[in-house]
Design a binder for this molecule. Sequence first.
Ligand code: ADP
Length: 424
Amino acid sequence: MNRWQREINLLLALLVPALLMGYFTEHLSLILLAITTTLLLIQTLHIDRLEKWLSRGAFGDKREHKGIWGDIYHHIWKIRKIDKKRKKKLSRMIDRFRTSTDALPDAAVVLGSYAEIEWTNTAARELLGLKKTDKGQRIPNLVRAPLFIQYLKSNNYQQKISIPSPVNENIILQISIVPYGAGLRLLLAQDITHLKKIERMRTDFVTNVSHELRTPLTVVKGYLETLQEMDDIPEVYFKTFQKMSTQTERMQLLIDDLLLLARLETKAKKADCVRVPDLLKQICRESDLLEKDERRIELVIGSDSCLQGDEEELRSAFTNLVVNALKYSPTDKPVKVGWFKSEDNGVYFEVQDFGEGISSAEIPRVTERFYRVEVKRNHKINGTGLGLAIVKHVLVRHDAKLDIESQLGKGSRFRCMFPAKRIC
Ligand code: ADP
């Protein structure tokens, strides 16, 4: 039967006799009032039953109710059933997610918009010392390393940071934050103690070997100089000694660069206020003096900003770039050096040459250690392949970026971009 049919039948069953009775007794309005009241009472009864059924949890399909009310019961029961199924599925998924995240060796913490803890996995409790009861607490109140708090506040999570674990300071954690959703952040912490140890061993090894090589090399160099100064030395030996001298010098440069790199990896950062304009004038004067004939450095100081950092490190980075520009461009072409304000209120150091340039494929590789571009030159250019690696390290220590633009045969432009917070 049509779901409305029963209701209409009921209405007709009441209305028709009522109309007839009303017609014959002349009390039509009274009879209609009585019928409307009866209908209202019936509906109120249904609503009351429905409310009771809902308050008991809407269990069981109430198909025994006929007509539209039966349908209403049935639909509510069906929606509840689907909802129950969905909830079961979701809870199974959450259980699976919990089991897998708990098996993760890395700590994971979901942070709300006020950096309050919303969820943690088991590793977060072990590595960061967070407890289940810490839910709702702000994480900076629990993980108090200043670098971490600064990182959290910065809202710039492109780089990762390393901090000692709040549970055991011998454990080094690498922290990264991934923002997602509306103001939510996922904090990941990885135990990198072992990696740090290997890195330290590598640096120590390079430093020790370099130190050990320094002394014998100085002795060899000394003897070679003495031998070259002797008067009665045959021409053939003289040339050999000269070649040996060049190679020992190259080795000495290599050792110096390796030691400098090792120092950059381990030394504590300095934060002096470096007068970059003066430093650049000095570097350019000294580098220009290395040129045989014409002076070719054109220095433009477009900003009088000073920089917070380590003067010796900056000197080394800037000198490397200026010397490279001189080395890799013809002697009749100028080398432009500049110090300017950047659009984002920071400052930048720029060196531009009009030399051989670097192909776009090699640009990402030139800052790798010992990487030297293979170019057919009519003369050999000396170098260790460590200069740009040193530049990159120094810049990282100064929160700066190296930007390289170059075109083969046209020249190169190296820019060291310092952020505004470094200006002093
Ligand atoms: P190197 O001691 O060989 O100069 P660097 O690390 O300073 O080592 O540079 C790496 C390589 O990058 C160089 O060997 C050179 O091929 C290339 N390079 C660096 N600067 C320039 C430049 N201004 N013009 C062209 N090539 C350059």
